[in-house]
Design a binder for this molecule. Sequence first.
Ligand code: ADP
Ligand code: MG
Length: 321
Amino acid sequence: MRCITGKLALIAIGGNAIQRPDENGSAAGQLDNISIASGQIAKMIKEGYNVVITHGNGPQVGNILLKNEIADGITPSMPMDVCVAESQGQIGYLIQQSLLNQLSKLGIEAQTTSLITQVLVDEKDDALENPTKPIGPYYPEDEAQRLAKEKGWTMMEDKARQGYRRVVASPEPKEIVEGDIIKKLLEGDLGINIIIAAGGGGIPVIRTKDGLKGVEAVVDKDLASFLLANDINADLLIMLTDVEKVAINFGKPEQEDISELTISEAKKYLKEGHFPPGSMGPKIISAIRFLECGGEMAIITTSKNLEGALRGEKGTRIVPG
Ligand code: ADP
Ligand code: MG
């Protein structure tokens, strides 16, 4: 067994940091964005950090679903859980290769691997009965009604954009099914090895009398990242997104960017509604859970500012207290 020396960091790369909203999501474009994160992560590894990587998949799984729709009738449409698995494969591959290339530029011999990861959710979770998370393309009303009838989808109107979208459930993740094997891979005698796991928050599954079964839902990747960070006893939880710092009064004239937040300040601002569900909320909740389970520090920043954030000069640090 290899003893892990140096600090262990769980780094969650945001789906929006891989494909920005104004980009079409070409493989080359995604690779360009990923290389910013992997360049910074490679430097961390050179400094002696051990790293496990998770990533979002919002924009990517949206594109996969759209392709399914367009090809419907020609090739069978895949259920949500299979689409999430597909997104883990494509994004994992890009991160895996990009990181390997960046490490090799620094003269570091390492191995990277992406692990298809399932996440257990509770079949009694109320969220499964109340789909709220919009995914995929916008449809006109008549098309939305047809899809609801034919496929049993829940469709919700988005008044601002004058269209209907499919909404799926976003249940609370309870357990990383592959958590143990990820920990063993880290401890294994393989030299420097970097694992990419729980992509898109993991593939949501429930436990049935016949075993595990995929569900039509998506799991928030930051909440799943906390679970994995806890499983592997990470020292740091780093969430890379598209804002350099967490703010209070975000988007308002009195917006104030924050460099350091204690647990109690984070809880207070969360209660006051500064961190909405579905975006900054789950990052802050995960940071709080992580620190309360013994984690040392959580960091929220952009890929570009990772190095600066580790030096305490950039981003937002969330610390005990
Ligand atoms: P990711 O793909 O990285 O998870 P999200 O869109 O889920 O990205 O979360 C990041 C977004 O959260 C930012 O782009 C920003 O628009 C939004 N946001 C909401 N509240 C805040 C806040 N208080 N401080 C900073 N960003 C916030
Ligand atoms: Mg998010």
